[in-house]
Design a protein around this ligand. Structure first.
Ligand SMILES: *Cc1c(COP(=O)(O)O)cnc(C)c1O
Length: 436
């Protein structure tokens, strides 16, 4: 079941089960919309990366504490980009610091690392209070940390001056990116770190989604050069995230062993020149959870607008924002409530309930409404939006005062609610009418 497309729809675009569980039953029990995650597929994705010394989950991709707990059991460590994510990791059982990443002969790994370009004040407090290791994306962070935690070890996130990404909005390197310490500023930042009494022990580059190996070779080269600027205090390098997953059937899988070999070679050269071991980390988000998640919605209306047929479902961009944000493609299938034999596919546009014309799941970058070939659907059928386990729930909003959807984890044939759908009261809890 490691190929989402074999776990999906039959050729007629029908899917009645997910991870061995009947979808119609699940939908009737929990209501829609909801996200469902396949625990075994997440385990498989973690296992795919077992060559790396450390797999650190970029939890912003899918941060439910049940998912984090699952990752922890797989020996995966965690990245946090906010004090909320630090709190989540701890709620899921991660120790804030210590030697949980201990492996024979290797420098130890911090279970939780805070990675960002700034400290908001609450995040700085959380980092100080719990002794969290920090991956600094700006020189200001170094100074703010040194003031509170003299002598801390830090990692530097470098912007190598070029980037890569599946969209302008996910490109994380180059002049057009706010992320990381500009490569040319590194010598100056190192002097400031030394002056502030901080030891730079780690080096990190995350330049966006994509795994073009030629391009990565350039990234690794740039990291190696910066590693020599830092020198012998260095004990960890991180390749960042950005491992792609196939969203369309004709997309191929990333060459994981080529990817590892490239970084491992860089690591070994650094070990030879420094005369000590260097831990090699990878920091995927999407790769670990995207294919393991689906969004289940109910068809609530079907209508024709001129020549176009629309399916309107009870999830919208408040539930899954990737199509409206990036024009992202998600495979779709239908779980019909009737058992009538499949008929010919028809081209439909799929939209949600929001009072907003951009609330369309079948759109391309630039907002153009396109269509998808799906089995004819009736009100009450369930539309399944696939490969939705990364940057799905975590980007949900309460726009139109719609509740956050439920989340369900399926493990070895049994399903558990891991987040209840919000109630209307919960949507506006924390709001007050001023006293007169
Ligand atoms: C988002 C992010 C990742 C994960 O990116 P994916 O494309 O989901 O693998 C890794 N590291 C950092 C610092 C990030 O911000």
């Amino acid at each position: 079941m490691s190929d989402p497309f074999s776990n999906t729809a039959d050729p007629a675009g029908i899917r009645r089960q997910f991870a061995g569980v009947d979808l119609e039953e699940l939908a009737k029990k929990h209501g829609t919309p909801f996200y469902a995650y396949d625990a075994d597929m997440i385990r498989q994705r973690c296992a795919d990366l077992s060559e790396w010394d450390t797999v650190r989950f970029a939890q912003k991709a899918c941060s439910n504490i049940a998912i984090l707990n699952l990752m922890r059991h797989e020996g995966v460590l965690v990245d946090a980009v906010s004090h909320g994510e630090i709190a989540r990791a701890m709620a899921a059982g991660y120790q804030p610091h210590g030697k949980s990443g201990y492996q024979e002969g290797l420098p130890s790994a911090d279970p939780i690392v805070y990675t960002a370009d700034i400290f908001d004040r609450e995040s700085l407090e959380a980092v100080v209070q719990h002794g969290i290791h920090v991956n600094c994306g700006s020189a200001d962070m170094l100074e703010q940390l040194a003031e509170r935690v003299p002598g801390a070890n830090v990692t530097l996130r470098i912007n190598p001056g070029f980037g890569h990404g599946h969209s302008q909005k996910t490109n994380t390197g180059g002049e057009g990116s706010k992320h990381g310490i500009w490569h040319e500023a590194v010598p100056d930042v190192l002097r400031r770190a030394e002056w502030a009494g901080l030891a730079v022990t780690g080096l990190h580059m995350h330049i966006g989604s994509g795994a073009d190996l030629d391009h990565l070779a350039t990234v690794a080269e740039s990291l190696e050069k910066t590693a020599h600027d830092i020198g012998r205090s260095l004990t960890m390098i991180s390749a960042g995230g950005g491992l792609p997953v196939p969203y369309q059937q004709d997309e191929s899988r990333a060459d994981l062993s080529g990817y590892f070999t490239l970084w491992d070679t860089t690591r070994k050269r650094l070990e030879d020149s420094f005369g000590h071991r260097i831990r090699l980390e990878i920091e995927p988000g999407r790769y670990l959870t995207a294919e393991a998640g689906i969004l289940v919605t109910e068809v609530r209306a079907t209508k024709r607008q001129g020549s176009k047929k629309y399916l309107l479902v009870d999830a919208g961009f408040h539930t899954l924002a990737r199509p409206v944000l990036y024009g992202s493609y998600h495979p779709m299938s239908l779980c019909p409530t009737s058992t009538t034999p499949p008929r010919e596919l028809e081209s439909v546009a799929v939209g949600g309930p929001l009072c907003e014309s951009g609330d369309i799941f079948t759109q391309e970058e630039g907002g153009f409404v396109s269509t998808r070939d799906l089995p004819p659907a009736r009100v009450g059928d369930f539309l399944i939006i696939e490969v939705a386990g990364a940057y799905g729930f975590v980007m949900a909003s309460n726009y139109n005062s719609k509740p956050f959807p439920a989340e369900i984890l399926i493990d070895r044939g049994s399903s558990q609610l891991v987040r209840a759908r919000q109630s209307a009261d919960e949507i506006f809890s924390g709001e007050y009418i001023p006293k007169t």
